[in-house]
Design a protein around this ligand. Structure first.
Ligand SMILES: Nc1ncnc2c1ncn2[C@@H]1O[C@H](COP(=O)(O)OP(=O)(O)OP(=O)(O)O)[C@@H](O)[C@H]1O
Ligand SMILES: [Mg+2]
Length: 218
């Protein structure tokens, strides 16, 4: 059977990577084969694109060129890693996917990329494939950015191209994720991320168990 594709979305420092790892361990304990991956940078080529996208000056790229690079990364990721894994029955957990592009580049940016351009790029690079489930981690950006900057202090390569935008940008983006959830109520679940790591993990597991009927598995 084809594996599931679950995406983790939300602003900086909302706990996506932490929760993804915990869910991966939880699924493994239930004998559900799974891989953890991320965008941008889920593949070797993607890592080169990631460096361009998440480091350096925030205004260095034309917004449409930037969107093209995100979708190039996404296409390489899907064809080279996500789809082949799903074919073998593995579940794929992705730290960010297309909703992040919409939230940042349509809802967040002053020089926004039109929704039509983003939809066209999605159709071209992804087709009619959509995640089986998207978990959106919702958190006041003031809290999230504090967590992110504390984390960046310990990184050798500073991936702070987005963190360095103002608070207003991050508030627009948060609003954007909530809009996306409203537009896609079947696919998206919003979780309040202002909780301890353990409590939030518990919420993630509840969502997964209910959505995929896992209560009796494992
Ligand atoms: N519920 C939580 N409460 C407090 N701190 C947390 C919580 N979840 C994660 N953290 C810490 O906050 C920092 C950011 O968490 P994490 O890297 O999981 O977020 P993220 O959403 O992946 O961020 P980014 O968008 O920057 O990749 C980490 O140092 C992590 O240990
Ligand atoms: Mg992360």
């Amino acid at each position: 059977m084809r594996g599931k594709f679950i995406t983790f979305e939300g602003g900086e420092g909302t706990g996506k990577s932490t929760q993804l790892k915990l869910l991966s361990d939880y699924l493994s304990a239930k004998s559900i084969r799974n891989i953890a991956t991320k965008e941008p940078g889920g593949t070797d080529i993607g890592l080169d694109l990631r460096r361009i996208l998440v480091t350096g000056d925030k205004d260095k790229l034309d917004p449409v060129a930037e969107a093209l690079l995100y979708f190039a990364d996404r296409r390489v990721h899907l064809t080279g890693k996500v789809w082949p894994a799903m074919e073998t029955g593995e579940w794929v957990l992705s730290d960010r996917f297309a909703d992040s592009t919409t939230a940042y580049q349509y809802f967040g940016y002053d020089k926004r990329v039109s929704r039509k351009v983003l939809d066209d790029l999605y159709a071209l690079a992804v087709g009619d494939f959509v995640p089986d489930l998207t978990i959106i981690f919702d958190l006041d950006p003031e809290i999230g950015l504090k967590r992110s900057f504390a984390k960046a202090d310990n990184m050798s390569v500073k991936e702070t191209r987005f963190e360095s935008r103002g608070l207003e940008f991050h508030q627009r983006m948060r609003h954007g994720f909530l809009e996306i959830a409203k537009e896609n109520p079947e696919r998206c679940v919003v979780l309040d991320a202002n909780k301890t790591i353990e409590d939030l993990h518990h919420d993630v597991v509840s969502v997964i168990e209910e959505r995929f009927n896992l209560q009796n598995a494992g």
